[in-house]
Write a protein that binds this ligand. Structure first.
Ligand SMILES: [Zn+2]
Length: 409
């Protein structure tokens, strides 16, 4: 029946016969007709290959499958065209006739279709396929992904892509890499969540600097504004312990890192880039009118205080710079207190002890934040829909794993 067994694998001859009706010979008509033919061809192709390999396997002395009783040698065919099962064939869903064999030792019947396909029992979509669809759904919207598929003759709907994103994300985990640099940043960005008014939830990201330049994602969490940052660092605690020191730039709460603070030297640094931005938020809380004289004074001063010249390598100069910046910071805190900006005062007082740590250690007090770039990558996808909490986290996971951690499908 056109199946030749070879040393490795099988060769299968196809006699393809199909009848199509086209109204004209325009390229669009031909392509539309082919797209309609594709699912049928694919289904037959799968079916025939499966039967071919089923025959091949049955002729082997030791089968590539085993019965629950332990027998992996003696089987007879029950059927090559049994009950249909749904399996995803990447271009579309396929209804395949199952292949069933019977154990000659105990009489138990078993389907071997998924074994031949290299799939888990009962599963309808294989990891190689859901990872591709999952990546697609994280790179663009579900609607666009569906549209692109449609243009190429796929029949893959939004729900399938959505669920592929969830599955793919469940396999991805972020943590620090002990082989990369002891230097990172943590930051948060707002994401709109269904049913939550205004600022929604905060997505928190921990990035680690790489030896070869650039960053990798080492932690991800979605939670409340001003909420706990514990989840972000949790996975990486044991890796923190392996570094002799770690420089972390963050504006977030790092209470969970207290446990490793004694064992290893972690240098906390308020992300200076972030301070004027956060200040806008606390000034708003204090009902200071945007762009008013007072508002401009506070923001302009903070911008100056937080701007740090790179490549200053003279110790005395740095000390003088830090002293001058501290004085200016005191001035602006006093100004805010006199004006009754209580939120702004408490924000700045909180940040004060850690603001110039990195600069003082001459460990590079950068003014531009690498994590900000990561956040833009997140926002390009996250800001185009309203998300459930889990949905937003999962789509971001896959996206960041692809852009920063070498994930591909
Ligand atoms: Zn058996």
């Amino acid at each position: 029946m056109g199946i030749t067994r070879q040393n490795e694998g099988v060769t299968i001859d196809f006699d393809c016969q199909f009848k199509v009706h086209l109204k004209d010979s325009r390229i669009s008509t031909i392509l539309a007709c082919f797209a309609a033919l594709l699912p049928q061809l694919l289904m037959d192709f799968f079916q025939k290959v499966l039967v071919g390999f089923g025959e091949y396997a049955m002729a082997l002395e030791k089968k590539p499958f085993a019965c629950k009783c332990g027998n992996n040698a003696d089987f007879i065919w029950k059927t090559r065209h049994g009950k249909k099962t749904n399996i995803h064939g990447f271009y579309c869903w396929l209804k395949l006739h199952q292949l069933q064999v019977q154990c000659k030792r105990c009489g138990r019947k078993m389907y071997i279709t998924r074994k031949l396909l290299g799939m888990e029992p009962m599963k309808r979509i294989s990891p190689t396929i859901y990872r591709k669809l999952g990546l697609l759904g994280s790179l663009t919207t579900f609607r666009v992904a569906e549209k692109i598929g449609d243009m190429f003759g796929w029949a893959v709907n939004k729900m399938t892509i959505w669920s592929a994103v969830q599955k793919t994300a469940s396999e991805i985990d972020f943590k620090l890499d002990a082989k990369e640099l002891p230097h990172g940043e943590a930051d948060g960005t707002g994401i709109g969540i269904k049913g939550i008014a205004k600022r929604g939830k905060e997505l928190k990201v921990l990035v680690q600097y790489k030896r070869g330049g650039g960053v990798r994602v080492a932690g991800l969490d979605l939670g409340n504004y001003n909420g706990s940052w514990d989840n972000l660092f949790q996975n990486s605690i044991d890796v923190f312990k392996r570094f002799s020191q770690f420089l972390l730039l963050t504006d977030g709460d790092t209470a969970i890192l207290d446990s490793v603070k004694d064992k290893v030297k972690i240098i906390f640094q308020r992300c200076l880039w972030h301070i004027p931005h956060q200040a806008k938020y606390v000034l708003w809380q204090d009902a200071v009118k945007r762009k008013s004289t007072e508002w401009l004074h506070v923001i302009a001063e903070l911008m100056e205080i937080c701007a740090i010249r790179p490549f200053v390598d003279c110790r005395q100069t740095i000390e003088m710079m830090v002293e001058s910046k501290r004085n200016r910071l005191e001035e602006i805190i006093r100004y805010c207190r006199e004006n009754g900006y209580t939120n702004t005062v408490s924000y700045l007082e909180n940040a004060r002890p850690d603001m110039f740590t990195a600069l003082e250690k001459r460990l590079n007090g950068k003014t531009t934040s690498k994590v900000e770039r990561v956040m833009r990558t997140v926002n390009m996808r996250a800001n185009v829909s309203k998300w459930s909490k889990v949905g937003a986290l999962n789509v971001t996971k896959v996206r960041l794993a692809y852009y920063y951690n070498g994930f591909d499908a």
